[in-house]
Ligand binder design. Structure first.
Ligand code: FES
Length: 119
């Protein structure tokens, strides 16, 4: 993939909430905080749960897994609290006019890390 890929309209992302978008094999959680948009792997690294359904922690710039509560940094993908111990991917995006676009380099990343456990 060598071109920007449109993920959604900026207005599709509610402020301080997650939005899941699927692009090929990538499952991405988009989060908008003020004028900034973050993109991390949507699948929690602890189990196959959508992080986009979690609560956004604006102060820590993170999102909380809705199943067991691990907090994931929106800037690094690292878990900030247990039980998850592995990071989720971080994707490079760009806002172009009204649209949120995935940068090509990001599209070449591995789709997701497998979950730690199946529960
Ligand atoms: S499934 Fe996300 S912390 Fe357990």
């Amino acid at each position: 993939m060598t071109e920007l890929t449109r993920l959604c309209a900026l207005d599709d992302i509610d402020p301080e909430a997650g939005l899941r978008v699927d692009v090929g094999e990538l499952r991405i959680a988009l989060v908008r905080i003020d004028d900034d948009v973050y993109a991390i792997g949507d699948r929690c690294s602890h189990a196959d749960v959508s992080l986009a359904d979690g609560e956004v922690d604006v102060d820590d710039c993170a999102i909380e897994c809705p199943k067991h509560g691990s907090l994931f940094s929106l800037t690094t993908g690292e878990p900030l609290s247990m039980p998850a111990v592995r990071p989720v991917p971080v994707y490079s995006i760009e806002v172009v006019g009204p649209d949120v676009m995935l940068r090509p380099a990001a599209a070449d990343q591995a789709p997701d890390v497998p979950a730690q456990e199946s529960s």
